[in-house]
Structure formats: C-alpha cells, structure tokens
Design a protein around this ligand. Structure first.
Ligand SMILES: Nc1ncnc2c1ncn2[C@@H]1O[C@H](COP(=O)(O)OP(=O)(O)OP(=O)(O)O)[C@@H](O)[C@H]1O
Length: 334
C-alpha cells in the first residue's frame, strides 16, 4: 500500500528486528477526532523505548491499537514481527501489558490476585502455578507483602503487582502505559528500577510517559508525539545530542577567553559577567560523550593564561530537544 507521506526507509512486510513496527498507522474516532495520524514507528528489539508526548497526543490510542484492543482506521502495525490485530492470538501471549492500571481484586491478597490471573490463562499449568506466582512476586519485590490485601497496597505496590501479573509468563515485550502515573517519587523509583532490571534481561520495554525526565532516566530510545503525529524518534542520546549543549567557561579573563575560543572555532560567543558561553564547532561528537576537543580547548585556554574557574558543556536534555522540536514547553494540554 504505497502511501503518500511515508518516511520509513524500509518497504512493507515483516520486520523481525523490530519489536513494534507501524506504518501510516491512523486512528480517527467515531466522533471525528483524529487521535493518531500516519504513525511510522520502529521499536528495536532489546530497547527500552519511551513513547513520549503530552496528554492527548495519542499515546494510549496507539498502544490500544498495538494490543488489538481497537482497530486502526488505516495503516498497519506489526508486533513481534506479526500483524496486529490479525495475529493477536499468537502475539499477545508473548507480550506483557500494563494499560490504564491493573484490574485487581482489593479483597484478595497480592498473592491470590496473581493466582487468579494465572488461573485465567488457559496455557498455564496449574501444577507449577505456585512457583510461577512466587517467582513473579519475587521479581517485583512483593514477597513480604504478598499476604496483604491488595486494597491495602500503595499505588506503587499495585503497579508492581500489575507488573507481576504481566510477568507470570516469560515475555519478549512489555508494554506499559504511563506506569508511574500518580506514583510518589519513591514509587516512581521502584518502577524505574524494575524496568531497568527487566530490560537488562533482554526484554524489550515500550513505555509511554508524559515525563521527559523519566524517559531520559530509563530509556535507550524514544519517540516524541504531539497531536497524534510523530515528531521524531531515535536513541535518547541522539535526540538530546541533536540539541547540543553550549560550552560554558567561567573566568575573570573573559576577553582573552573569547579570543582563544574564537581561534578554536567556537561561535556565537556570549559574555555575561564572568561567564563565557558559545557553540562548539560541529564535529562528530560521539553520541553520549563530550565532544572530542574539549580537553584541548581547556588546555589552550590555560596555555593562553586564561584563568579558568569552571569549564564544561551545559548538557542538552531531552527537554531541550523537545522544546527545539515543538517551539514550546512540554506541559501542553491535549
Ligand atoms: N474513545 C475515544 N473517543 C473519542 N476520542 C477519543 C477517545 N479516546 C481518546 N480520544 C481523543 O483522542 C486524542 C488522543 O487521546 P489519547 O488518550 O490516545 O492520548 P494520550 O497521549 O494517551 O493522552 P493521555 O495520557 O491523556 O491518555 C485525544 O484528543 C482524546 O480526547
């Protein structure tokens, strides 16, 4: 189906290296709302992929299409190399999902909730159920609280129990919709640690968030959505480095510093009080390290007898990248 506005370089067909691959995926709700507009998304296997966008940008709608919960209006989606929703019965057992909070029975203990989830899975052998449940509780750090009623759990514990349910079977892909939404900082940290651990075991994790900070802390890759459209996707380091940090030098010898920096190709120099900032020459900085010539630059300043109090780059964040992409801050209501 050759579309008109395709940007993905690869042709149609199977994408075995991608955990998720969509092509021109579009959802228009019955009321006319275009929630997802021509989405070309590629989530590499083994990545921790952050699906980022303000409220209402189409993240949940995308996830619901990927999981076969709603039909796309047009376009296609592959999950673990298989077309969705068509191959749902084959694909979904290999995917653990936590969407819009877990459905828990408050009057049951954490352990009994998991027993109930496991029993609802026709492929799960009842003879090994207890071992599976214990392993899942252990995985999310809920062994000590396993006997407590779920309604007495904190929100973070409930999220962890939901994750445990998703982890009763080995999964190739975890899809988490806003997993830290509503959690306190401690709960957020716990979920992030868990995501990192799961990813370290080789599970691909696809998580949506409206928190840039969170994506930056746990994700290797990210895609940025706004108003149903994909603004960009790539490695987190790459996205941030496309908005490079400025060089900043603190010195009492500002005019000498400006001269030396200019000689070394630094541009757009600005002096404010005892601080000189400028754009580093565009070389080919490695994705996640400081540009190569930083040490030489520092040495050159010292050699020219510029007294340097502080020297470094102001690190560009994903937030800077987002602002550069959209020209606006991140807290945009949908
Ligand atoms: N069932 C629905 N019927 C009509 N419009 C909908 C429906 N669900 C979502 N929308 C609209 O589609 C757009 C995208 O919503 P979606 O929930 O996918 O965004 P989101 O990025 O996940 O945001 P949030 O984090 O707030 O859930 C919004 O404008 C929303 O109002």
């Amino acid at each position: 189906m050759p579309g008109s506005a395709e940007r993905a370089p690869s042709g149609a067909g199977c994408h075995p290296d991608a955990a998720i691959h969509t092509r021109a995926l579009t959802k228009r709700y019955r009321g006319g709302q275009l929630a997802v507009d021509g989405l070309d998304l590629t989530v590499p296997r083994g990545s921790v992929f952050g699906f980022l966008g303000p409220n209402g940008s189409g993240k949940t709608t995308t996830i619901r299409m990927l999981m076969g919960l709603i039909e796309p209006t047009s376009g296609s989606a592959e999950v673990l190399g298989e077309p969705m929703p068509r191959a749902g019965r084959r694909v979904l057992p290999r995917v653990g999902a936590l969407i819009e909070g877990p459905a828990l029975y408050g009057f049951l203990s954490g352990r009994d909730n998991l027993v109930r989830f496991d029993a609802a899975d026709p492929t799960a052998d009842p003879r090994t159920r207890a071992a599976r449940v214990d392993a899942a509780l252990d995985r999310v750090g809920l062994v000590a609280a396993a006997g407590k009623k779920a309604r007495a759990y904190s929100l973070g514990m409930k999220q962890r129990l939901g994750l445990a349910a998703a982890l009763l079977q080995p999964r190739e892909l975890l899809v988490l919709d806003e997993p830290t939404n509503g959690l306190d900082p401690q709960g957020m940290r716990e979920i992030r640690t868990l995501v990192r651990e799961l990813a370290a075991d080789g599970t691909t994790v696809f998580l949506s968030s409206h928190l840039l900070d969170e994506i930056e802390q746990v994700c290797t890759h990210a895609a940025v959505m706004a108003q149903g459209r994909l603004l960009t996707q790539g490695t987190v380091a790459g996205l941030a480095s496309s908005t490079r940090g400025r060089l900043a030098v603190t010195t009492p010898d500002t005019s000498d510093a400006v001269r030396v920096l200019k000689e070394h190709g630094v541009t757009d120099l600005v002096v404010v009080d005892d601080r000189v900032t400028g754009e580093l020459p565009t070389g080919e900085p490695p994705e996640d390290a400081a540009p190569l010539d930083l040490a030489d630059l520092n040495a050159a300043l010292v050699h020219a007898r510029v007294r340097v109090r502080a020297f470094g780059t102001e690190r560009a964040s994903l937030e800077d990248a987002f602002v550069a992409l959209t020209g606006e801050g991140f807290d945009v209501a949908g």
